[in-house]
Structures are given as structure tokens and as C-alpha cells.
Design a protein around this ligand. Sequence first.
Ligand SMILES: [Fe+2]
Length: 284
Amino acid sequence: MRAPLICREIINHQRYPIDLADDPRRQTAVEQVRAELATDGCAVIRDFFSEAGLAALVDEAEARKPQAYYSPSKYNNVYLNDGNPDLPPDHPLNVRMPRNNGFVTSDLFGEETSARRLYYWEPLKLFLADCLGKDELYIYEDPVSNMIVNVGKPGQEFNWHFDTNEFTITMLLQPASSGGIFEYIPGLRSADDEHYADVRRVLGGDRARVRQLELDAGDLQFFLGRYSLHRVTQNTGDSDRLVLIMSFTDAPGMIGSKERVMNLYGKMTEEHERRQVFTDGLAD
Ligand SMILES: [Fe+2]
């Protein structure tokens, strides 16, 4: 059996020595991400993993893939909530689109896994905070969804939606051989305005503001998904698309709502029953 990699061996340390606080290569990466986020709400660090690191992460995801949760042929609005019957059927709250990909949840990754050890690696968290221009980041404490693998099988898609979190950190482990393209519209809504008319236009097929992102295996992506509508197009290839998603928050102690966790991941814990849940007034 292969010896487990230490965290700096999982990443492409030669190119991104993120644990060396004063290294100019680290600073260059931070500045690049900040610039891209400022203009686009989206940033990519290419080839973030070492070859061995990527292989280990793919192996872990593949081994757990049979346990991925696929919600039974769901049709969701972009807020992943129940909508509003008092509004017209073409209101964004009532437009439902298919979403049929799966998730390998956090609880399936033990402490020995490379994915989990990397998630809890302090230098990674400090680096990501720097990239996002935050004083401090905290581990998202949701025991079901804080570090997950998204599985998109051939034929599957993850339709237009907003995220609960302000930002998301994703790592593409395996792209689709065809399709499975990440599409987004930066800053379509804001913290105090849903911009329903703009959302409605996109759902009606208007592509004027839609951007596409080319991603390869090993790319680390930052995305401001709370305000940017986004989707992954249908996987039209013959292999699974695998994405590792690590979630961090601005404040400690945050978890998801039980409704959302049940909807997306098919399970919840006593924590979800007990804890006060974060909300900022948006439709979710
Ligand atoms: Fe998302």
C-alpha cells in the first residue's frame, strides 16, 4: 500500500509553495486570484496538485462514488427552495429545472484521506483566505456537506442555481470528456436585491451575459456563487465528471439548513436539528 502523502506533497509545491508565507510564488498566485475575482467573481489556479496528489484524490473519490447520493429526479428552482404559489409560473421562484447529479458527502471521508487532511491543513486555509482578501477563514462546520465530491455521470447536469455560501472553492479531479462545462453570470444578484428580472432572462435562454470556463483536472477554482448564477451543463461524454468541493466561512460555527441538506445530500444529523442556521435574507 502506498504511504499517505503529506499535505505539501498533495499540491504542486514547486509551483505553489503555499506554506511558505514569504515566497514570491505564493504572493504571485494570491495577487492573480484577487485580480480575477475582482473583475469576474471567478478565478482559477491551474495545476494546483502534484501528479501523485491528484491521483490520490481521484482514487478516494472513485472508491466512494458508489455511495454518492442522487436525489430522485429533482426539479429545482435556482434557489433550491419550494417556490411561491402566489407568484406567476414564469417567476424565477417557480421555474423548475432538472438537477440530477450526485454528491459523495463529508462523512464518507475519514481522517486518513488526503482530501480531508488537505481540507484541514492550516497553510491551505491561510492561502485561500489571502486569495479571497479575508482576514480569516473558518472550516464550514456542516458535518454532511463541508467537503464533498460532486459526481456528474454521463447524461447528468447541475442546472442554474445560486449557492448558500458567498464563495466556493472547487477542485476539478476529472473533467467530462465532453460537456460538463461550468457556466456563470458574475454578480447577477446582490445581498439586497434578487434582480428577478435578470434571472428570468437567463432562465428564458438569454446568453448575453453567460460566461464559460475551461477547466482541466487539477485546477483549483474560486467562485463567488452566492451572487453569481451558475450551472454545469449536461455531461455528454462517457465518463464521470468529479469535483472536490471545500467550503469555508467568514464566521465560525455555520452549518446548512436541514431542508437544504436533505434536499441535496439526502441526509442530516442531530447537529442540523439543534443548531441555529445562518441566513442573510436572500431566498437561498
Ligand atoms: Fe453551486
